[in-house]
Design a protein around this ligand. Structure first.
Ligand code: PLP
Length: 439
């Protein structure tokens, strides 16, 4: 409560903006996830690894705009690419040459030959689900309980954030996400399985024989902390689905580009039939992409699935994405991510041991999470442990000029190429002071 009061006291300008905004913005914010408790931080600008709020307070930004920020703020390469494009016109509804460069770079990174663009992670996973259905003529998909894939109907089922769970941990039942307004007729088309359990997928394929078009999965679960796949799980999924005439789509909206140059696809050496990208790809502009094998992507070129959108392949986002892929996220960038991750993971472990904090720390590429429980293998584990440590940690870091993603229990940090060792040491010293205070 004291931390909440301190937050409100030092963010007066933000709170005034939210109150003003409430006249014209529903809830006083631009998107529901911005309505954080106890209040919303309104941002003035960002530079490098830092952002500055409406009160003039500077923070080390580990939020990364919900995991977008691998390039940091106002990176010169992105500023140059976007500025040059702005001067030459930003939208024609016709393709520009940068689209070929971006698709070529993605094909090389992910080992999938054919690509299309859209504007968000939601559109990417929607395109993926559509392609699975069109390719098979089957209506149902499989998804993992608790995973967030965006806000279209097929995936707004049994997803965090939602308090709802149904069925047993081994045999979860599909429930519509809270507030998502998905009709039951659609909910029943999304079959839900626990993460990491190949047997559950096999059972689903048998129980819904001939009806499953494919499975969409976030290869490393990233919205409930961070959960990596058990050995052999991703390969096993691919084999199982193919044996049943179904396809595998990886939702790499968060992991793609962040955990390795070619995402989890490259990291685990399992190439899915489709990959969904967004977030970091646009370097801070809204860019999504879907890549895949010819059997699926040729359904687009053959006109069987119309993958369309007014802003798809928009010149501005293509210019930014080309700079991200060709100029910023090079081998040195991934080395830098590994160095910072090493410092953060070792530092958190040291603090957890010294102060006997509950939990563990997990990291991949530019991302990692402090997890305040010893056991976290799936959504039911996530729901089972209390939130108080995560929220306290988020608020404490925020009050001490380190900005983490909201909902401390479920999200994780993102570092950029512009973050320094000094930045991550600030995060560690805050965690240590919190642990000492609470001891
Ligand atoms: N997929 C994953 C794994 C995500 O984390 C998100 C967003 O957080 C999405 C899809 C949806 O992306 P967007 O918010 O760009 O629609």
């Amino acid at each position: 409560l004291a931390a909440e009061a301190a937050f409100m006291a030092r963010t007066g300008a933000s709170q005034r903006l939210r109150a003003q905004g409430a006249d014209v913005l529903s809830g006083g914010v631009a998107s529901s996830w911005q309505a954080t408790i106890p209040g919303t931080v309104w941002v003035d600008h960002g530079a490098g690894s830092r952002l500055v709020d409406a009160d003039g307070t500077e923070y080390v930004d580990l939020h990364g705009g919900f995991g977008v920020g691998l390039v940091g703020h106002a990176h010169p390469a992105i500023v140059d690419a976007v500025s040059a494009r702005v001067r030459r016109g930003t939208h024609f509804g016709q393709p520009v040459q940068d689209a070929i460069s971006v698709a070529r770079a993605l094909a090389e990174r992910f080992g999938l030959p054919l690509w299309r663009f859209n504007n968000s992670g939601t559109e990417s996973t929607m395109d993926a689900v559509h392609l699975l259905r069109v390719a098979t003529g089957r209506p149902k998909i499989i998804k993992v309980e608790g995973t967030y894939h965006g806000h279209h109907d097929s995936v707004q089922v049994s997803v965090y954030p939602s308090p709802e769970q149904a069925g047993t941990p081994q045999r979860p039942r599909s429930v519509p996400a809270a507030g998502a307004a998905v009709p039951q007729d659609l909910v029943r088309l999304t079959v839900v399985v626990p993460y990491g359990d190949l047997g559950a997928v096999e059972r689903a394929l048998h129980e819904h024989r001939g009806e499953i078009a494919g499975m969409i999965i976030e290869p490393i679960m990233m919205n409930i902390g961070l959960i990596a796949p058990p050995d052999g799980y991703l390969r096993g999924l691919s084999d199982l689905l193919h044996a049943h005439g179904a396809w595998l789509a990886f939702d790499e909206v968060k992991t793609g580009l962040a955990v390795a140059p070619g995402g989890a696809t490259q990291l685990f050496g399992v190439t899915p039939d489709l990959v969904c990208l967004a977030k970091a790809l646009g370097g801070g502009l809204p860019c999504g992409a879907i890549g895949g094998v010819p059997e699926l992507m040729n359904l687009i070129s053959d006109g069987i699935y119309e993958q369309v959108g007014t802003f798809n392949g928009n010149p501005l986002t293509m210019a930014a994405a080309r700079a991200v892929l060709e100029d910023v996220l090079d081998a040195a960038a991934y080395k830098h991510f590994a160095t910072l991750r090493g410092i953060m993971v070792a530092g958190v472990q040291r603090i957890q041991r010294r102060y006997q904090l509950p939990g563990q720390v997990r990291g991949y590429g530019a991302k990692g999470a402090v997890i305040f429980t010893d056991r976290l293998d799936n959504y039911r584990d996530f729901v089972a442990y209390p939130d108080q440590w995560g929220h306290a940690h988020w608020l404490y870091q925020l009050n001490n000029q380190v900005f983490l993603p909201p909902w401390g229990k479920c999200e994780q940090w993102t570092v950029s190429v512009q973050h320094t060792e000094q930045d991550v040491l600030g995060f560690l010293s805050n965690l240590e002071r919190l642990a000492a205070d609470l001891r």
